[in-house]
Design a protein around this ligand. Structure first.
Ligand code: 5AD
Ligand code: SF4
Length: 487
């Protein structure tokens, strides 16, 4: 990567630098020395447990936190009990995510009775909500450090403060002020990586809390993105996933605007890169230029995640989505005409305020027509502060549950049928993991379908032609093409 190879070389005598990321490098060095001193008095290293809730953007921010912790000499553990430091990257998109965090806190309070030196850190989207942070301050004083999404880059500095100060540290920044590049980042796989291309969201869909906790849309400069991907490729990465809440509006706010389609063309030119993925696409911003670039590309996977949310034009208008049922179906048709083998996936919500049986029937109708490979289904969750939360016509829980069950049944039936179209074809699979069963590998086709097949673990990270023999709904059982009859 681009940061110093050895943080030990950083001179800690002068005041910390004020510019970023030099300031964080200083604190990484300082934290490393603090832990070294602490380690001398103990017979085991400082251990951390990190759990991430929510989406891939949160995963990315956790990778930075883990990268910094690894750099300062902490060791990751899967045991929440044994950890000296327990960190939780929180999500608030639906109420369930918040409830999970409070569940963890109940358990941690008990653990802390026996381990008073255990330190607890909460960060991410839920902490960015004023009421939640306030609740932690008043009701959960045993939490040591709280920070949000906009100051994630300051983790090393906040870690030092937490270690020095005996009291709870809460550091929240209301608005994002900068994009800090080049911080240490942990990577879960050596051959594939997620790359942020933008942060935040400007859409203000009426049900969604994301714009309030992740702020306005900011795009990274294309040069910074390309530099990061080139460096990942040098490190052995062959598949990248470009990440943003709404990648189709990438680049609009840059000083020199660049379209997402153009960015993809630039990424395509990187030698050694084999597969390009991206998410999430907003249907209203999906351009013909993008469809064209995808259709011509040799590297962009033929998979689009295109959240529809609802099939009712009336509700879509109320949700502030800027497309109708007909627009959505026309877009699906246009994409399929240009890229016939495209795999489409989506997000669908039921129980949005005012949803009638007729609105719901429209949702089912789109599912019947669009042939999604997978659809993620959600029950509408009332998020305080969003326009939809104040609506008096919330749908009764019983009715929502009923609709959810019938939607799920249809989605599964259609998904199974759509996914099975690859049966008895040979597909290129990127081998990602060896399953618990020795000698069985798990890989992914460009269509994002999982395939399990026998093979040796030397194939991890490699692209292998696999014959897809049996569709099991959302995954396949297969055999390496070389082992198949007729080859
Ligand atoms: N309730 C239920 N689902 C929601 N989503 C976003 N906000 C809410 C909410 N308040 C879903 C949308 C989005 C996905 C990431 O989460 O379907 O596409
Ligand atoms: Fe939320 Fe809509 Fe932005 Fe997606 S596009 S993050 S649903 S506001």
């Amino acid at each position: 990567m681009f940061y110093p190879n050895d943080f030990h070389d950083i001179d800690l005598i002068p005041e910390p630098p004020t510019e970023e990321p030099a300031r964080q490098y200083y604190y990484i060095a300082l934290a490393g020395r603090k832990l070294e001193a602490l380690g001398r008095d103990r017979n085991h290293p400082y251990r951390y447990f990190l759990e991430t809730f929510g989406c891939q953007m949160n995963e990315k921010q956790s990778e930075v936190v883990a990268g910094i912790l690894d750099e300062i000499g902490c060791v990751r553990t899967d045991s929440e009990e044994k950890a000296d430091l327990a960190l939780y990257n929180t999500c608030t998109v639906r109420e369930n995510a918040n409830l999970k965090v409070y569940g963890r806190l109940g358990r941690l309070q008990n653990m802390k009775k026996h381990q008073p030196d255990k330190r607890i850190v909460l960060f991410g989207c839920m902490m960015q909500e004023k009421e939640e942070a306030e609740r932690i301050r008043t009701d959960y004083p045993f939490v040591n450090l709280v920070f949000g999404t906009h100051n994630n880059y300051k983790f090393a500095e906040l870690f030092c403060r937490m270690m020095e100060e005996g009291r709870q540290v809460i550091d929240l920044q209301e608005k994002p002020d900068r994009i800090v590049e080049e911080l240490p980042t942990e990577r879960n796989y050596s051959f594939k990586a997620g790359v942020n291309i933008m942060f935040g969201c400007n859409n203000f869909c009426s049900y969604c809390i994301v714009p309030y906790v992740r702020g306005r849309e900011r795009s990274r400069e294309p040069e910074a993105i390309l530099k990061e991907i080139r460096s990942l490729v040098e490190d052995g990465v062959t598949e990248v996933m470009l990440l943003g809440q709404n990648v189709n509006s990438y680049g609009k706010t840059l000083e020199h605007p660049v379209s997402f389609a153009r960015l993809l063309s630039l990424v395509e030119e990187i030698e050694g890169l084999h597969r390009i993925r991206f998410m999430t696409s907003h249907p209203k911003d999906l351009s013909d230029e993008l469809i064209d670039v995808m259709a011509k590309s040799h590297k962009i996977c033929h998979h689009l995640h295109l959240p529809m949310q609802s099939g009712s034009s009336r509700l879509l208008k109320d949700m502030n989505r800027h497309y109708s049922k007909e627009d959505y179906l026309a877009l699906v048709e246009k994409i399929r005409a240009a890229i016939p083998d495209i795999s489409l996936t989506t997000d669908i919500m039921v129980g949005y305020p005012g949803e009638t049986q007729e609105d719901f029937a429209d949702t089912l109708d789109v599912v019947r027509q669009a042939d999604f490979d997978t659809a993620f289904t959600f029950i509408y969750s009332r998020r305080s502060g969003t326009p939809a939360a104040g609506r008096p016509d919330q749908v009764p829980e019983e009715l929502v549950k009923e609709r959810f069950d019938s939607l799920l049944a249809l989605v599964q039936e259609k998904g199974r049928a759509a996914s099975s179209r690859f049966t008895h074809t040979v597909q290129e699979v990127l081998v990602e993991t060896e399953s618990k069963e020795e000698g069985i590998l798990t890989g992914r086709t460009q269509y994002n379908l999982l395939v399990h097949f026998p093979g040796s673990k030397e194939l991890l990270g490699k692209y292998v032609p696999v014959c897809l023999e049996e569709c099991r709904g959302f995954y396949y059982l297969g055999r390496m093409a070389a082992d198949c009859e007729g080859h």
